[in-house]
Design a protein around this ligand. Structure first.
Ligand code: PMP
Length: 359
């Protein structure tokens, strides 16, 4: 009997990779499963990409992405040396885990949060300690701060949290920063523009703060893959070292040009962001009328459960009606569905489908 040899490194064999939400190949689905912005990016983005495509594609892009970093810095009230950019914030997060959290003590994170954090920790063999959220899926910042003060390898939190949408006030973030001044506190603000409170103003006072954001959600650029981290230059230098030991040109010319154009169109950003917030608030009321319990969301999605309907069955019934939402088969949140905020028409289609299913 012959056996096929495994060529895999033991750590890769033991990994449980992140499973992204479905990107269906079928047209005309109401796609509310991966927290994309339902609106297209600013028209200026397309012009900038067109222009960039017409010149210089035979040349490598700027490895340091100086123009983009300066554009982000200007928007965030920082200096270009305080900004790091990557191919989506997932890549920025991966580099940050590698750069800061390989420590003797465990990395702290809530037990309900973005599931990619645990994958990065596994990938880099970083021990994690999970801080339980309460019944309402809220994180007790004081308990986390007390645990951190006893010694830890760092803290990672998403604010607003994913997949709950619940935001944490800045005062709580500050308590975490003070609790472990020797370690990095990474605040993932992927959804902050939809109503959260950003920790960017704390950067000047806290050398251990790294804020990660993305253009995927509030700037409608999930397809372009641009994320960034902000922090004092010492943290950014560490991220540059990782990047330059991995891929020195993570952002291509088109992505950099499109991102700069998106950041420059503040009016488009505000208009689409306000529409998403407004639709979220309307959808929340409609879902409440249908009997759903909805966690208070500061993000571009809502996390909901129905007291008398199983989440898996609901997701399947919605899919049969061409509406995609996200279910996580994970402890503590298996009864919930995460619904991304679509256009008003898409949310109406969702509500109509749910009304039929619950009837
Ligand atoms: N952080 C959180 C909390 C997210 O939900 C996501 C999107 N899945 C990301 C980071 C990554 O976003 P991107 O790589 O598109 O910037």
């Amino acid at each position: 009997m012959s056996t096929v040899p495994s060529f895999w490194s033991p750590r890769i064999a033991a990994l449980e990779p992140y499973v992204p939400g479905e990107q269906p190949r079928i047209a005309n689905l109401v796609k509310l499963n991966t927290n994309e912005n339902p609106y297209p990016p600013s028209p200026r983005v397309l012009d900038a990409i067109q222009e960039a495509a017409e010149k210089g594609l035979e040349r490598y892009p700027d490895p340091e992405s100086v123009a983009l970093r300066e554009a982000i810095a200007a928007r965030c009230g920082l200096h270009g040396t305080q900004v790091f950019v990557g191919n989506g914030s997932d890549e920025v997060l991966a580099h940050a885990f590698f750069a800061f959290f390989q420590q003797a003590e465990p990395l702290l994170m809530p037990d309900v949060t973005y599931s990619f954090y645990r994958v990065y920790a596994q990938l880099y063999a970083i021990a994690c300690e999970l801080q339980p959220v309460d019944e309402g899926l809220r994180l007790d910042a004081d308990a986390l701060a007390a645990r951190a003060a006893a010694g830890c390898g760092g803290i990672v939190i998403a604010n607003p949290n994913a997949p709950t949408g619940i935001g944490m006030p800045l005062a709580c973030i500050e308590r975490l920063l003070q609790a472990c001044p020797q370690r990095v506190v990474l605040v993932d603000e992927a959804y902050v523009d939809f109503g959260g409170e950003s920790a960017l103003p704390l950067i000047a006072r806290y050398p251990n703060l790294l804020v990660v954001q993305t253009l995927s959600k509030s700037h409608s650029l999930a397809g372009l893959r641009v994320g960034f981290a902000c922090g004092q230059a010492q943290l950014i230098d560490a991220l540059q070292r990782v990047k330059n030991s991995f891929n020195s040109y993570p952002l291509d010319r088109l992505a950099a040009a499109g991102a700069i154009a998106a950041l420059a169109d503040e009016a488009w950003f505000s208009k689409t962001r306000d529409a998403v917030i407004d639709t979220r608030d309307g959808l929340t009321l409609q879902l409440e009328d249908l009997g759903f319990e909805i966690l208070p969301s500061q993000a571009n999605f809502v996390f909901v459960r129905h007291p008398s309907h199983d989440a898996v069955a609901l997701a399947a019934a919605l899919r049969a009606r061409a509406v995609l939402v996200r279910h996580f088969n994970q402890p503590r949140i298996a009864e919930y569905l995460r619904i991304s905020i679509g256009t008003r028409e898409q949310c109406s289609a969702l509500v109509d489908a749910l009304a039929q299913i619950l009837d």
